[in-house]
Design a protein around this ligand. Sequence first.
Ligand code: CS2
Length: 503
Amino acid sequence: MAPLKLNTKNLTQIASACKNAIKIPSYKRDNAVKEGIVHIGVGGFHRAHLAVYVDQLMQKHGVTDYAIAGVGLTPFDATMRDTLRSQDHMYTVIERSAKGSFANIVGSINSYLLAADDREAVVAKMAHPDTRIVSLTITESGYYYNENTHELQSEHPDIQYDLDPANEKQPKTTFGFLYAALARRHAAGLNPFTVMSCDNMQKNGSITRHMLTSFAKLRGNDQIATWIAEKGAFPNAMVDRITPQTSPADKEALKENFGIDDAWPVVTEPFMDWVIEDQFSDGRPAFEKVGVKVVKDVHAVEQFEKHKLRLLNGSHSAIGYPGQLAGYAYVHEVLANDTYRTFLWQMMQQEVKPSLPEIPGVNIDDYCKTLIERFSNPTIMDQLPRICLNASGKIPQFIMPSIAEAIWVTGPFRRLCFVAAAWFRYLHGVDDAGNKFDIEDPMLAELQAKAKAGGTDPMELLSVKSLFGDDLRGDERFVKTMKEAMEDIARDGVLKTMPKYVD
Ligand code: CS2
């Protein structure tokens, strides 16, 4: 039988055609529900994470007030708009592991707005009384956060544009939209919505709070800035689910195995996790009913964030940059190399673990073992270029803090330096076999010029203060280790060099 196009009309037929081996939404949608969450940045991760938790709330717990209105801020999001509209905003989540492939159709995204189509409509949606939460997956660069000063990049042309009162109805950045909508809610006597960051950043909520209140102050509106600071809520959170980019083969497999024609399904691992601080300014759904850890103690959240960012995302960087130089394409391929796997294990155990806080009930060694298993999952085909994307927002978050803490306690850090050195080499855009590859990074032009000027001397790149601050450059042991790793990689390549970094 020909595959059935995913849409509301075909839903029951899809379920019966695959003998109900697929979960479909049986809850109310469209005008029968309220859109309590507006989400900016509907990509693979959001569709495999928050939207799945909300789907479970709607499916199993009869929640009707927190359906999601998706928002896309970039022109590239037009494809997501068209795809979702053509499928009544539904899509398939395919979970893959050694146990097999499981498909769920998710219906928690109820509508979608592309900012470029109508910016005012996005502001109005956020300002609507039904909206209780605005959630974000806008990547590190979407926060305009200066890692060195910890302040908003107020000179950035996008922020400058949004700070001009003449543009208040036509914002460009997340903060422009949040500010315009919150000012409108303030005038209407509503509560501020909760701004819920779902990005991989230590203290993601606190950073969002600081960036937004700084924006409001610079906008010259102290009253709104104070109202946001006092009445607003910005929960910190640790989010986790490995979600590769969807490939054409994934769409074909869905047609073949489940008879579903979905223009943009999501492939992910079975594992998912979310720890969030219980700070909400205008209500929230009972996330804990679907397995989310909603915790009162902000320090506990920060500890979970630290574990996850430094062990999972840090290891991903260690797989990504050296792995791409070595010519690998997928995460599981890297893990199949014994030396490389040992390198990762020793980096986590000897160089990252010592600076991590103990969390009651969490065994770090078990956590590391689970990570090795998750990375080794060959069925999800997680792409190295995905892991390597936007490194300037990742290395300072995932690798440098572990190095800085190892420096303070004179602990070991040469493997972490190897990863940073591999990134510096990666910035040349050529792998160890001489093959060119593409790099996506908002700071690419500046960083690539410095990588080329520096050669095997790390000082050129380490002088980028917004990424590395001022302190690291002054540590002789660190600079020497970086230089050695850069020379090793330049001379012999990653795979020949790696045994030197394994005990
Ligand atoms: C990855 C993350 O892009 C990256 O750097 O490490 O997307 C990672 O897959 C998720 O954070 C897993 O929760």
